[in-house]
Every structure is written in structure tokens, then in C-alpha cells.
Design a protein around this ligand. Structure first.
Ligand SMILES: Nc1ncnc2c1ncn2[C@@H]1O[C@H](COP(=O)(O)OP(=O)(O)OP(=O)(O)O)[C@@H](O)[C@H]1O
Ligand SMILES: [Mg+2]
Length: 242
């Protein structure tokens, strides 16, 4: 579903992605781990072309990412993205936030879009908040709305970049629960997270990045119990003991 071959990227002098090769099959959940600055967010952003690459290719469902124009907009709408900051439109209701893109981009009929949005809000447990504005919701509720908004476009893939990092601890689990159920329903997901429990439970593979390169790519049990590289051992030591 996602095929990344030989991707390199620089920010000026800084070599942020180094010969990245990554294949994600339909329905797979890949958790991306690694120290701060290792290129995890940049990798996510290149997958829906919020960032360009210097060389290499990225394909979504067999189609290479186009450089620009309508084809890019189309392909980008196949790739949902959920960020640390929820980025909901502050002056639109929860329901409007979820119906906006389907109506504007997919030209879905308004009534249909509302019906579908309500079903999605139900699914993530915030249907009773539909007429409220984002600021009236908790962080956990807003993040679940952001996931519903992403799902409203019927994406082929959803990328999550530290979706729970900005949340108070008691709200982390409600968001992880939604992600876990998506994973078990067969959504193809790439998830940057520090939630090791989620990685163990929901991931098919863990990809460990350091200094712009993929250093390990293994099933979670293998990665956590038997990390091969010193970098991964060091990283796990810090994260699991703090
Ligand atoms: N737009 C940019 N311009 C210049 N340098 C950038 C830009 N975005 C990221 N970088 C640099 O690229 C490197 C990789 O950043 P990236 O955000 O991908 O790391 P990360 O693994 O997501 O880190 P974190 O865990 O802190 O989120 C870092 O050194 C960062 O400072
Ligand atoms: Mg990041």
C-alpha cells in the first residue's frame, strides 16, 4: 500500500532522510520509533508530500506521488494525517469539521456527508458533542474528532504523528483505544508514537530510526526483547526506564 524506495532528503546541509526503503502492506500497522530529530515526522510528511524528496520514489497503492496539481490533491486525500496538535477549525462545529472536506473536496452531498460524519463521531465516541466548537471539548475528544475527520475521506492510509503527545495522561488511552480498533479493522497505519504499549499490542512491525536512517525493522516482540543495534538498545533503555 505504501512503497518507499531509496528516498533521500536534505534540509540545507542536514541529511534528514538517508536512503529510506519501506514497504507497508495493506492493513499493516507500522510504528515508527526513534530519538528526537531522527526524521520520523519528516518521513511522515514526505508520504503525503507535505515535504518534497531529493531522490527516490514513494508510491501509494501502486501510484507514484505526483509533483503537484489535481492528481496530488486526489492522492493526498487518500492519505489521512493526524498530528499532535489537532488542527480542528476553531470557528466550525465538530460536525462541520468532519463534513467540510468530503463536501468541498469529494463533492459529497451535504445530507450524506452529515449522516456519515455522525456515524463516525459515534464510532469515536463523541457524537453527543457534534454541535459544539472544538474549544469546548477536551484534548482527547478533539483528537478523536481529528481521527473521525480523517476517516470521513475514506483514506487508504492514515499517518499518525505523535497523536497522544499533547494530551493529559488520562486522555491518552481513549485515543489509543480508537487507534487500536482501527488497526484491528484493517486500516493501513503508520504511527509515530512513544506509547510502547500500543506498539507492542497493535503494531505488525516496529521501524526504528536514528539520524535519518532506518536502523531496525522487526515485529514488536523481536524489537523490544532483542534489539540488535546499540542505538536501539540505548533508546529503549532510556525510554523504558524513565
Ligand atoms: N522545515 C525544516 N527545515 C529545516 N530543518 C528541519 C525542518 N524540519 C525538520 N528539520 C530538521 O530535520 C531533522 C529531523 O526532524 P524531524 O522533525 O523529522 O524529527 P523527529 O524524529 O520527528 O523528531 P521529534 O521526535 O522531536 O518529533 C531535525 O534535525 C530537524 O531539526
Ligand atoms: Mg516529530
Amino acid at each position: 500500500m505504501i512503497s518507499i524506495k531509496g528516498v533521500d532528503k536534505h534540509f540545507g546541509e542536514l541529511h534528514v532522510l538517508k536512503n529510506i526503503n519501506l514497504e507497508v502492506d495493506r492493513g499493516q500497522v507500522v510504528v515508527v520509533l526513534g530519538p528526537s530529530g531522527s526524521g520520523k515526522s519528516t518521513l511522515c510528511r514526505t508520504i503525503n508530500r507535505l515535504e518534497t524528496v531529493d531522490s527516490g520514489t514513494i508510491e501509494i497503492d501502486g501510484e507514484q506521488l505526483p509533483a503537484e496539481g489535481r492528481k496530488l490533491a486526489q492522492l493526498r486525500s487518500d492519505v489521512g494525517m493526524v498530528f499532535q496538535s489537532f488542527n480542528l477549525f476553531a470557528h466550525k462545529t465538530i460536525l462541520e469539521n468532519v463534513t467540510l472536506a468530503p463536501v468541498k473536496v469529494r463533492k459529497t452531498d451535504k445530507a450524506k456527508a452529515r449522516e456519515k460524519a455522525m456515524a463516525l463521531l459515534e464510532r469515536v465516541g463523541v457524537a453527543n458533542q457534534a454541535e459544539k466548537y472544538p474549544a469546548q471539548l477536551s484534548g482527547g475528544q478533539q483528537q478523536r474528532v481529528a481521527i473521525a475527520r480523517s476517516l470521513a475521506m475514506d483514506p487508504k492510509v492514515i499517518l499518525f504523528d505523535e497523536p497522544t503527545s499533547a494530551l493529559d495522561p488520562e486522555m491518552v488511552n481513549e485515543v489509543l483505544a480508537v487507534m487500536t480498533s482501527l488497526a484491528s479493522e484493517g486500516m493501513t497505519m503508520v504511527v509515530v508514537t512513544h506509547e510502547m504499549g500500543f506498539a507492542r499490542r497493535a503494531a505488525d512491525r516496529v521501524v526504528f530510526m536514528a539520524e535519518g536512517a532506518i536502523v531496525e525493522d522487526a515485529p514488536p516482540a523481536e524489537f523490544f526483547d532483542n534489539p540488535r543495534s546499540e542505538r536501539a538498545k540505548d533508546f529503549l533503555g532510556k525510554i523504558l526506564n524513565h
